[in-house]
Design a binder for this molecule. Structure first.
Ligand code: SF4
Length: 229
């Protein structure tokens, strides 16, 4: 077994799976695209292990009603992290974040920012769908937030975009409301946070062009900060 596999915090199933791939000679799994490192590093192993833990998590009651837990997806070394509220119906069915109508809109926004979906990482504060898409309770958020904290620690993004009131409140607990704090830079554990409206809110208020303009204004600040403008 490789040194990196020994060191990582792995469940027996994941360890077995990775060892199996190694035995098959599936080098692609362990390559990072840099010539100086041909093995999956500890952080990538931690990330896989964390995703696996989320998928089988039973920490709160949402485990009983979900179809799939949704850890998130994208580039695990992304400089830009999008964080929404919780999975909706489509996300719950597919086990992927932002894949419904709101997801299509978020993808458009990401492209307009000169990024691809694969370049950024997308996740939610709460990883399982609350029944009927209700707002997650404080208890559910408290049960789930350690996962998001660990994701942030591993990804180390330069900028976090908080989509909607729940995400904004998570990063800026003293926030008076999304309307007052959107478009202004905040900080969470040394990382720049830009709160803006959730894509679902834009869809629900489709005729309100002003809200869309505000989101675009906020995203331009993000692009500027990341040198994409
Ligand atoms: S919402 Fe979070 S804490 Fe609750 S079961 Fe899902 S992954 Fe676990």
């Amino acid at each position: 077994m490789s040194k990196s596999l020994k060191k990582g915090r792995l469940s027996p199933q994941l360890k077995e799976c990775l060892e199996f791939y190694q035995e098959l000679g599936a080098e692609f799994i362990f390559q990072r695209g840099h010539s100086d490192e041909n093995q999956m590093d500890d952080e990538e192993i931690r990330f896989l292990s964390l995703e696996e833990e989320i998928r089988s998590c039973q920490r709160c009651d949402l485990a009983r009603t979900r179809t799939h837990a949704v850890p998130g997806e994208g580039n695990r070394k992304a400089e830009l992290l999008f964080v929404g509220e919780a999975p909706g119906r489509d996300e719950d069915l597919q086990g992927r974040p932002f894949v419904g109508r709101a997801g299509a809109l978020l993808t458009k926004i990401i492209k307009a920012m000169n990024f691809s979906r694969e370049e950024v990482y997308i996740t939610n504060v709460v990883k399982c769908r609350p029944p009927h898409n209700r707002t997650p309770t404080r208890k559910e958020i408290m049960s789930c937030y350690p996962y998001l904290l660990e994701q942030i620690e591993l990804i180390k993004p330069k900028v976090i975009v908080a989509l909607g009131g729940v995400a904004a409140k998570f990063f800026i607990p003293e926030a008076p409301g999304i309307m007052k704090i959107r478009g202004k830079w905040h900080e969470f554990q040394g990382i720049a946070v830009m709160p803006t409206f959730h894509p679902s809110y834009l869809i629900r208020n489709e005729r309100d062009r002003e809200r869309k303009r505000m989101v675009w204004e906020d995203m331009q600040k993000v692009m500027e900060r990341l040198g994409r403008k």
